[in-house]
Design a protein around this ligand. Structure first.
Ligand SMILES: [Fe+2]
Length: 343
């Protein structure tokens, strides 16, 4: 496995780059906007293709690199389903998997620091975001934080992992880089409480100042979505209400860009073909299945919220597939328009 722990010394944020092999797909957890050039350079040096950029939660202390990485690499942006970010390509729920080629992370909802906090688990390590820090825990006094929920997340979820599990947090302010579950159980002062009540009292007595960047970072991080307006202005967007009338018509083909797990969870447009977004360019190239299909049919891309499909339309146009369009707002908008779904 390729694994890199990257540091932003302004916000003391750790970001993590993961891949199974050189030349393969990569994902990054908690990227920082100011470091995007560095990540892109590293991706080139390691010969990796970034396919997913993931935030463990909506950050208050730095601006996320999700939007910039999506614009630079056309990767999929990923957050939990509770996130208040306007648009991310893909939303995860507890118990699901976060996957790229050769790497699979368990998705665990660990609210408390915020109500959209997630941890990601591999057999030997866990990425804990700001839920569990090294000898500390994430503050719970803003962004719908909840000390009681955090106690549950830590004691009933994270601390149940094997003691040998490495803990990789989203921050460290003292220079520690990694810990283990066993070490935190033994030495984390915040965890030396006899009850949930005691933990709540402890967290409520901290009275921390707000992060310096908070007033800038939170609003910025809520608006990272790819603007679908430009795609619409070029005439490449289709409103769901109109797309519904095209179901079953021989001259069009609905192309589902989502992952299999999303199709199983949320259903699919009847008669649509499955062509996952990470393989898009291959499928659009000469001899690719979408390139061939476009010779006789208009391609109508769709995904969960319209972000992947908007990028796909642009890629199709760039590849000479000029009839391609997408369903604006994705399956979420399709559902609102009462479009039929196959489960
Ligand atoms: Fe945070």
């Amino acid at each position: 496995m390729i694994f890199r722990q990257l540091f932003d010394n302004v916000s003391s944020t750790y970001s993590y780059l993961l891949a199974s092999r050189r030349g393969g797909e990569a994902l990054i957890i908690d990227p920082v906007l100011e470091k995007v050039d560095r990540y892109v350079q590293l991706l080139i040096e390691l010969d990796l293709r970034l396919v997913k950029a993931v935030d463990t939660h909506l950050h208050a202390d730095h601006i996320t690199g999700l939007g910039a990485l999506r614009d630079r690499t056309h990767c999929i942006t990923v957050m939990g389903e509770q996130s208040k970010a306007d648009i991310v390509s893909m939303r995860l729920a507890d118990g699901e998997k976060l996957e790229i080629e050769g790497v699979s992370l368990g998705v665990v909802y660990t609210p408390g620091h915020t109500d959209d906090s997630y941890s990601f688990i591999m057999p030997d390590r866990v990425f804990t975001g700001d839920t569990l820090l090294i000898r500390g825990t994430g503050r719970t006094d803003f962004q719908n934080g909840d000390a009681r929920a955090q106690y549950e997340s830590i004691f009933n979820r994270l601390l149940r992992l094997p003691d040998s599990t490495f803990v990789f947090p989203a921050h460290d302010y003292k220079g520690d880089t990694v810990s283990t579950i066993g070490e935190e159980k033994a030495f984390n002062p915040r965890l030396r409480v006899a009850s949930v009540e005691e933990y709540v009292d402890l967290m409520n007595s901290l009275h921390l100042p707000n992060p310096k960047m908070m007033d800038v970072a939170v609003p910025a991080n809520m608006h990272v979505g790819f603007s679908q307006d430009q795609i619409a202005q070029r005439g490449w967007a289709m409103m769901p209400a109109y797309a519904i009338t095209l179901i079953g018509r021989p001259e069009v083909s609905f192309i589902d860009l989502r992952e299999r797990s999303e199709r199983e969870r949320d259903g699919e447009i009847p008669g649509s073909l499955h062509a996952p977004y990470p393989a898009l360019q291959e499928n659009l190239n000469r001899g690719g299945i979408l390139n061939e299909l476009a010779a006789t049919k208009q391609l109508i891309f769709y995904c969960a919220f319209g972000e992947r499909s908007a990028m796909a339309v642009q890629a199709a146009q760039d590849s000479g597939v000029l009839s391609a369009c997408h369903i604006q707002g994705g399956l979420a908008a399709w559902k609102t328009a009462k479009g039929p779904l196959l489960h």
